[in-house]
Design a protein around this ligand. Structure first.
Ligand code: BV8
Length: 255
């Protein structure tokens, strides 16, 4: 059970915020049935380290293996639905003047839940592009227009390279406009709410420190302490699907 007095203090900070920025990680989608990044991958993938598969080198080395891993994950995510944590953040938009969601997740569940201002820092599962970006960055290809299967990385219809998921791999730059805007709102926000991230992956993991050094209050929601917890003013320990609805209720009670 989350500490009620910490929840009330956090709700007071959010209720007074003009700009609330949310940084979300894989943990917010766990209660939607989407495995987190560092959970042991289920079944077929338990023998691979995701960090080894989510790289350009892995794709170059074995395009069909990486392609089928993303096909598997895209399929998993396509049957996932937002959970009460996602919906609570969408509802908060009716209470707080401005909310921006910075998500590390590639599952599209914030958008499905009805949040409006979302920055996808690491791209999106289910969007596919030419590895060479032969017709501009990104050269997105609609799979419905080509022949393909779940086991083999198909060829780009415009060049000889192969198709890949439109996600940011380790060692790749984040989309410039996404990162620039994330840095801007992290410096401007009154409160940053950090939900379900281990705080390991950079540069996203530095955003709470940036907010903190710009005088924002940092609130973390996580069942476990993370690399962010030391920078948090308030640590709400528990599952986001339970804590976020309670937090929104407490914010409404402040209004
Ligand atoms: C880059 C898309 C410039 C792919 C992902 C310093 C500066 C810059 C770069 C680096 C740096 N140090 C190291 C680097 C390199 C690297 C990096 O960060 N490595 C780490 C491992 C040390 N960063 C990069 O390469 C980035 N690029 O910076 O470009 C550059 C270029 C070249 C050379 C140098 C620099 C690109 C990083 C993007 C990688 N792509 N995803 C895909 O999905 O396949 S990252 C991947 O990890 C996912 O997006 C995931 O969201 C993200 C972060 O993980 P989390 O979301 O935190 O998930 P995790 O499983 O770790 O934790 C889950 C948490 O949820 C836990 O805390 C758990 O307790 C909690 N939880 C569990 N249940 C619940 C819950 N919380 C709430 N409720 C629950 N019920």
């Amino acid at each position: 059970m989350v500490n009620q007095s910490v929840l009330k203090l956090a709700a007071e900070e959010i209720a007074q915020a003009n700009l609330l920025v949310v940084l979300s990680g894989a943990g917010i989608s766990k209660e939607s049935g989407v495995p987190t990044f560092r959970d042991a991958q289920d079944g077929l993938w338990s023998r691979y380290d995701p960090q080894e598969l989510a790289t350009p080198a892995a794709f170059r080395r074995n395009p069909d293996l990486v392609w089928s891993w993303y096909m598997y994950r895209a399929n998993l995510v396509s049957s996932a639905a937002p959970n009460p944590g996602h919906f609570a953040l969408a509802e908060l938009e009716t209470v707080i003047p401005k909310i921006v969601i910075l998500t590390q997740n590639v599952d599209g569940l914030h958008e499905q839940a009805g949040s409006n201002d979302i920055i996808e820092l690491h791209g999106r599962l289910g969007r596919w592009k030419c590895f060479a970006n032969c017709r501009g960055t990104p050269t997105v290809i609609d799979l419905a227009q080509i022949e393909y299967d779940a086991e083999h990385a198909p060829k780009c219809p415009y060049c000889t390279d192969r198709l890949r998921p439109d996600v940011v791999w380790f060692g790749e730059q984040l989309p410039t406009n996404a990162l620039d805007r994330a840095l801007e709102v992290a410096q401007q926000c009154d409160v940053m709410l950090v939900v379900g991230t281990s705080g390991v992956v950079e540069p996203a993991a530095s955003l709470p420190q940036i907010a903190r050094s710009a005088e924002a209050k940092v609130i973390e929601v996580n069942p476990e302490p993370s690399m962010i917890t030391a920078d948090a003013n308030f640590f709400l320990q528990g599952k986001s699907g339970e804590i976020l609805p309670a937090l929104v209720e407490a914010v409404r009670a402040q209004a």
